[in-house]
Design a protein around this ligand. Structure first.
Ligand code: SAJ
Length: 440
């Protein structure tokens, strides 16, 4: 099928769509195309996830407004069907790939899921099909990995027998459907005509700009936008540590810096977690691995952010010592286990780095988090007998913490605020030895 014919079939919603990878990116996009009238087949390797979706039940944790109802609707109408069998994609003319693309502890991309998906797709890839990678990938991956594996596994020629593009996702847990509809998308095609076909496709579900470009630009934009945020946060964190050293207050400094035109300093904190910010900068710099040019700023920013939980540990150790208490055998209450405030997402949470370091130092650890089942409870009751409390996540819940009571129940009245979230005045007037990250 020619790209012109395919584009027409996309415009008329006749093209059959496949989505490979039914996680927090693939499932919402499969549902949205089904909702607007396409026939969609979803493929996932997890049989229980496939079964849940076909039963109209969302397998995605957390609060995702509208997603549960949408899954129920589109599966009941038969517009979305999930399967574990790639053979069922043989008739599909558009294939979206939404599999995980993690990096390992050596900061190397792990493309096992992507490779496996491409090798399974190749043999059933229909003539004239359009394949679009939505997963976040290192710049150059479409050209150097996706295209060769697809040609090899399908025996088809890119540009003649199938078309290829990259349209990075910009979803956020808690706002999956909203972001999918309202955020602009970079639409990278291996040819301009491919990008046009992709625009016809996403135009059915995206109400924001669709910016046509080539694949390398699309791969760069996604990894750069998150590396940019990571560097911004690292800058705030370095200014926090500078402020501590010179007796300043980074929170005041940030507020006044941002009054200067064009300044938008972000918040320092106890670390940077989540599913994308810690990963995407490494995908970006991987693109030039082994070349003459070696990025300095982006890896350094990653290292600054990664050590912030250990900076909080130092603040804790110093403050306990002033209270004649050692870390060893102390009991420490960690307030907040998720990576982000008012979320239940714990992926790459900085709290784990602090907890592991506390245990390695011989401390006993109690964890509280109102959003994590294993750690819900009464924070004040958990504080009883503890030698310090450390706030790692600025959950709204902690704004109502009774600091007078906290002082009463703590063995040693130490409170470390890793997010600049609590009131120093209120904490100190309650008699707590309150230390705020970034304040000397
Ligand atoms: N963080 C700071 N200081 C800040 C902002 C965040 O320390 O000023 C920390 C958070 O505590 C968290 C981590 O960084 O541990 C990530 O926070 P985030 O606000 O960046 O939230 P994410 O991880 O959900 O990032 C997503 C990204 N969206 C996509 O990849 C599609 C990111 O590109 C968005 O900029 C971000 O949401 C957003 O703007 O909310």
């Amino acid at each position: 099928m020619s790209l012109v014919t395919l584009t027409k079939r996309i415009q008329n919603k006749e093209a059959r769509i496949a989505v490979i990878g039914l996680g927090y990116v693939g499932l919402p996009v499969a549902c949205r195309f089904a909702q607007v009238g396409f026939e969609v087949i979803g493929v996932d390797i997890l049989a229980n996830r496939v079964a849940a979706i076909n039963a109209g039940v969302s397998p995605i944790k957390g609060n995702e407004p509208g997603l549960g109802e949408l899954i129920a609707d589109v599966t009941a109408s038969g517009r979305l069907r999930a399967t574990t069998a790639y053979a069922e994609l043989a008739e599909c003319e558009v294939i979206l790939i939404d599999v995980e693309t993690p990096v390992d502890d050596q900061h190397q991309p792990r493309y096992d899921a992507l490779r496996s998906c491409l090798k399974s797709l190749g043999p059933v890839l229909a003539q004239g099909a359009l394949v679009i990678v939505e997963s976040t990938i290192s710049p150059g991956t479409i050209q150097n990995l996706v295209a060769p594996i697809l040609e090899e596994s399908s025996g088809r020629k890119l540009g003649k027998d199938f078309y290829l593009g990259n349209c990075p996702e910009r979803v956020m847990p808690g706002k999956l459907l909203e972001n999918l509809r309202t955020l602009s998308r970079v639409v990278g095609g291996m040819t301009p005509e491919t990008a046009e076909a992709m625009i016809a496709l996403y135009g059915h579900i995206v109400e924001a700009d669709l910016d046509p470009t080539d694949c390398i630009t699309a791969e760069l934009v996604k990894t750069v936008e998150n590396a940019y945020r990571d560097v911004q946060i690292a800058f705030a964190n370095e200014v926090a540590m500078l402020s501590e050293a010179v007796g300043g207050d980074v929170w005041k400094v940030r507020e006044l810096v941002n009054k200067s035109p064009g300044r938008h300093m972000l918040f320092p904190g106890a670390g940077v977690g989540g599913h994308c910010i810690p990963k995407d900068p490494w995908l970006l710099v991987h693109a030039v691995e082994g070349r003459d040019f070696r990025p300095l700023l982006i890896p350094t920013a990653r290292n600054i952010n990664d050590q912030m939980p250990l900076h909080v540990l130092r603040l804790l150790e110093e403050t306990l010592s002033k209270n004649n208490k050692a870390l060893k055998d102390a009991q420490i209450l960690v307030l907040g286990y998720t990576y982000l405030e008012d979320s239940d997402d714990t992926r790459n949470t900085p709290s784990v780095v602090l907890i592991d370091a506390l245990l390695a130092a011989g401390a006993n650890v109690v964890v509280h988090d109102p959003y994590v089942e294993a750690y819900v409870g009464d924070a004040l009751a958990m504080a009883k007998g503890s030698d310090a409390a450390v706030l790692m996540v600025k959950h709204s819940h902690y704004a109502t913490l009774n600091l007078q009571e906290l002082k009463q129940v703590l063995n040693t009245p130490v409170l470390i605020d890793g997010r600049g979230f609590l009131s120093p005045t209120a904490a100190r007037s309650a008699g707590l030895d309150y230390v705020r990250l970034g304040t000397g």
